[in-house]
Design a protein around this ligand. Structure first.
Ligand SMILES: [Zn+2]
Length: 112
């Protein structure tokens, strides 16, 4: 893959990562806020907290996947399958920039 393409991709992954980081930080801030003294309010707040925690968890996972993709770019292994070593198709990488496996391995692993 051309270096210019990888540089652009790396920059956009970093940008996405920063955005997710900001989101996680603001979610954590919301979650650490003082609770209402009213019991009924507290129930609603706890339900909201569960939703916020789930969103934060997903964002953290996405951050990890992006970190991994950036690492692969830096190690020059980006775009090759971590399972069989084959080149991941450009089409697949366009759809999933942080794909670690080729379509064949991804499907094989899913059906296991
Ligand atoms: Zn593979």
């Amino acid at each position: 893959m051309a270096n210019a393409t990888l540089e652009t991709l790396r920059a956009s992954l970093l940008e996405k990562q920063r955005e997710l980081q900001r989101r996680v930080e603001s979610l954590e801030k919301d979650l650490s806020q003082a609770r209402s003294p009213d019991f009924a309010e507290q129930v609603t707040e706890r339900e909201n907290d569960d939703v916020l925690r789930e969103i934060a968890r997903e964002a953290r996972e996405e951050i990890q996947r992006i970190t991994h993709a950036i690492m692969r770019i830096d190690e020059d292994t980006y775009g090759s399958c971590e399972r069989c070593g084959a080149e991941i198709s450009a089409q697949r990488l366009a759809a999933i920039p942080n794909a670690d496996y080729c379509i064949g391995c991804a499907q094989a692993m899913e059906s296991q």
